[in-house]
Design a protein around this ligand. Structure first.
Ligand SMILES: [Zn+2]
Length: 314
């Protein structure tokens, strides 16, 4: 049996800081979670917080080579532990998320922390530096605009349920730069263990595409200017899962049969992408629940992770 999830993935990834627009920064890392920052006239907006304060401080040290403006806003695209638990390092005045993200952190943040730590320990640099769960201090449900000064605005949009039930994107309409969170991945596998596959693959991605971004920073993978291709790959991954898992489910097959069919259909195109093997058991399990009519994703715990892994990746 392969090593559980990404527990065998211990090789440090190369981080790349890219200036994607005037005062707009993206740190990507070969498929590890991406982060970003946007300069306003007299403050900074940071996007995503990394898995621990120690990991976040390494990112902030690189950002500080370019700007010493204070961090007023920390924007969290969704509730997953590897994106939020570094929040305390930012010293932000305001931590912004969707209202559902705050509710999810309160409901299942502790279990998600333990689950993700077990799945991908490498991302949790100095786990003892995490002071506890992150609670956003400003929430919204549809749209929030941050005035950057000089007539520029950063728009935060909830475009529907997708990767979770509280995803938001950060959009710079003048520069046409989009921080998409995990709603779009650029040549990295999708994690859909807490997803709403049908909504994500249709109306939510339609709305992402309709923004008309020229530069996209996905949740994982390199900065891309081939925005349509990245959205298309994300949609295709979801559609293949829906087709294969849906067929097995519809004919009264087993979860294992659904997993094997989805794996066989996805692997030729996506099997070499980061976290493909890690994610697929959890993805298929959630989609199976969704097809069973389970509206909200079942909470992942460290124990449930192992049980699903042992059942499907054996
Ligand atoms: Zn996520």
């Amino acid at each position: 049996m392969p090593a559980f999830a990404s527990s065998g993935d211990l090789e440090e990834k190369q981080q790349t800081l890219e200036i994607v627009g005037d005062g707009v920064y993206a740190l990507t890392a070969e498929g590890d979670p991406n982060v970003g920052a946007i300069e306003a006239d007299d403050f900074l907006v940071c996007f995503e917080a990394m898995a621990t304060p120690t990991a976040a401080r390494q990112w902030l040290a690189r950002l500080r080579e370019h700007t010493d403006k204070p961090i007023r806003y920390l924007v969290l695209s969704h509730y997953h532990a590897v994106r939020v638990l570094g929040a305390s390092a930012f010293g932000a005045d305001v931590i912004v998320s969707h209202a559902n993200t705050r509710a999810l952190i309160e409901e299942r943040g502790q279990q998600d922390w333990e689950s993700e730590y077990g799945r991908m320990p490498r991302l949790f640099k100095d786990p003892g530096s995490i002071p506890g769960l992150t609670l956003p201090t400003l929430t919204f449900t549809d749209r929030l605009a941050i005035d950057l000064g000089g007539g520029r605005f950063l728009e935060l949009h909830h475009l529907g349920r997708g990767h979770t039930e509280g995803d938001i994107v950060a959009w710079l309409p003048d520069e046409r730069i989009l921080f998409a969170g995990d709603l779009v991945e650029a040549r990295a596998a999708l994690y859909t263990g807490d997803a709403f596959h049908r909504e994500w693959s249709t109306t939510t991605l339609d709305r992402v595409a309709a923004l008309g971004a020229r530069t996209l920073i996905g949740g994982r993978g390199a900065v891309t200017r081939e925005v349509g291709a990245a959205i298309g790959q994300t949609r295709d991954f979801l559609e293949v899962m829906l087709r294969e898992v849906g067929a097995a489910h519809g004919r009264g097959g087993t979860l294992k049969e659904a997993f094997d069919a989805a794996h066989a259909a996805l692997a030729p195109r996506y099997g070499g992408w980061p976290i493909f093997e890690h994610c697929l058991p959890f993805n298929v399990s959630r989609l199976w629940d969704e097809l069973d009519g389970v509206e909200r994703p079942v909470i992942w715990t460290a124990e449930r992770d192992r049980a699903v892994w042992d059942l499907l990746q054996s």
